[in-house]
Design a binder for this molecule. Structure first.
Ligand code: PLP
Length: 484
């Protein structure tokens, strides 16, 4: 009898799952529409609350709908790749002997410093989301109680308490990272740069994603390294078959990859893919420099694992920071460097010496309270709401030939214009209207993504932001009309 009951209820929620799918396919519910609330659906379907909840959870796990804290369930953004670079038959691997990106990045970053700009181009989250008062209080306390030996105590590998706290955060994910493996750095960027320097010589080949965070290209340029850009997909991330071909055809020393909430695409590699990635790199004896600064900003129920969690050989240098979650200006990051911890410390000693002592102390103080977790929970919820709202507004105003890629987590939206268009032109036109965007050229050693741009969705969508999106849409439409 119990078994029979189970079969009936299974059929019931399946029925609702199929019904809602059918309604979405037939555009009764369109992307972004709010679905009937659980209670309303109970009334409509005459099913129990548990059955309806289960059906919605299945639809969510299959990617048909998304839930937003306190606002309900919505039809999930569709990712259309019709005009996407990522599906094209273009080369999946691109080689660049001399990376030359720094001047462009410098110009774009300088231009976005205009006061009162609508800063869709920013790489940092809305600074209002940082717990400024609490962090400042911790800084003041640290500065006033700092022992005179502090400069020495905080030399590489960095503040012991802070390394211990970071090690515990890895342990909470089931990872065993000893504090001695961790080196505290000036932001993730120093961690990434030192890691790359520790395992390469000028002229070596390094794999990056295409598109990639421009910091990796700047680092390659600075160290005279050669770039092998491997295609990444907005939903699934780096194409591992292409990566394998790159490893077969070139003598690669290191891979610099973003495994969670990639910048600029927003995609996260599945655990299965992270495991395969590690296997592949171990087979070719290639170091992984894992750039993982956004993993705390997940929207699901659990923080995504880094690829390092699958690494048995100690070939992964996992780099992260507090710049995206706590405060940007403190410039504190770290690398869990495995067997490269000592060479990295020696390189740090030759360059910046160490991360700032009072700031390391302040962070260790702040992180030893429960405030960080509380803050992160709140920040994730706000980012999720804002990302969805920004995506909805963009989808409402932008012409239908423009594709806005939505991803769960982080705060970037990747926008693809029709292929013949240039986002650099759009960027210049938008700047005159006091709006910044990040043009696609910033994220590639080639011209491949000139028709794309990245939008920061972390700011509250007030009337001024909506007006700016309308303006962007108008500029894009004008260019389409002119056939530009
Ligand atoms: C993917 C990625 N890695 C690294 C960094 C640098 O982080 P930090 O500001 O901690 O140096 C950024 C931020 O700009 C980023 O987007």
């Amino acid at each position: 009898m119990e078994k029979f009951k189970g079969v009936i209820s299974l059929a019931k929620y399946d029925l609702l799952v199929e019904k809602v799918k059918h309604q979405i396919q037939n555009e009764i519910w369109n992307v972004g529409d709010k679905l009937p609330s659980l209670r309303k659906q109970v009334e409509i379907s005459s099913m129990s609350l548990m059955t309806v909840l289960h059906a919605y959870q299945i639809l969510e796990s299959q990617g048909w709908i998304v839930s937003h804290a306190r606002s309900g369930y919505f039809v999930a953004p569709k990712i259309q790749y019709a005009n996407s670079e990522h599906n094209s038959s273009d080369a999946a691997i691109h080689t660049t002997e001399n990376v030359d990106i720094n001047n462009l990045i410098f110009d774009v970053l300088q231009a976005s410093r205009t006061p009162n700009i609508i800063d869709f181009g920013s790489v940092y989250p809305d600074p209002k989301l940082y717990p400024r008062l609490q962090v400042n209080r911790a800084l003041m306390a640290a500065a006033s109680t700092m022992p005179t030996s502090s400069a020495l105590d905080n030399l590489p590998p960095g503040n012991k308490d802070l390394r211990q706290i970071i090690s515990k955060r890895y342990a909470a994910q089931g990872m065993n990272v000893h504090p001695d493996e961790i080196v505290i750095t000036a932001g993730a960027l120093e961690a990434l740069n030192l890691s790359l320097q520790a395992v390469t010589q000028p002229g070596d080949w390094v794999v990056v994603e295409s598109p990639t965070f421009y910091g990796s290209l700047q680092s390659l340029q600075r160290l005279n390294l050669r770039a092998l850009s491997v295609r990444a997909h907005p939903r699934n991330g780096i194409d591992l078959d292409s990566l394998e071909k790159a490893l077969q055809s070139h003598s690669v020393k290191a891979c610099w990859l973003m495994t969670n909430h990639q910048n600029p695409l927003g995609c996260t590699l599945s655990n299965e893919k992270k495991g395969r990635l590690i296997e592949l790199l171990a087979e070719y004896n290639v170091y992984l420099i894992e750039d993982d600064v956004y993993s705390e900003l997940y929207f699901g129920s659990k923080k995504p694992l880094p690829a390092k969690a699958f690494d048995q050989q100690g070939m992964t240098m996992h780099c992260s920071s507090f710049s995206k979650t706590l405060v940007a200006g403190f410039r504190i990051g770290w690398v869990a460097a495995g067997k490269m911890a000592l060479p990295i410390q020696k390189l740090q000693l030759m360059s910046t010496l160490s991360a700032s002592a009072p700031i390391q102390l302040a962070l260790a103080k702040y992180l030893s309270t429960r405030n960080y977790e509380k803050h992160l929970r709140q920040m994730r919820r706000i980012l999720e709401q804002r990302k969805f709202t920004t995506w909805q507004i963009l989808s409402t105003y932008l012409p239908s030939s423009v594709n806005v890629n939505y991803s769960e987590g982080g705060y970037f939206l990747w926008v693809e214009l029709p292929k013949h268009m240039s986002s650099i032109d759009l960027y210049h036109q938008a700047l005159k209207e006091n709006i910044s965007i990040s043009p696609g050229k910033m994220f590639s050693a080639s011209e491949k993504f000139d028709h794309c741009f990245r939008i920061n969705s972390s700011f509250e969508c007030l009337a001024s932001e909506e007006k700016a999106i309308k303006k962007l849409a108008e500029l894009i439409q004008n260019s389409i009309n002119k056939g530009a």
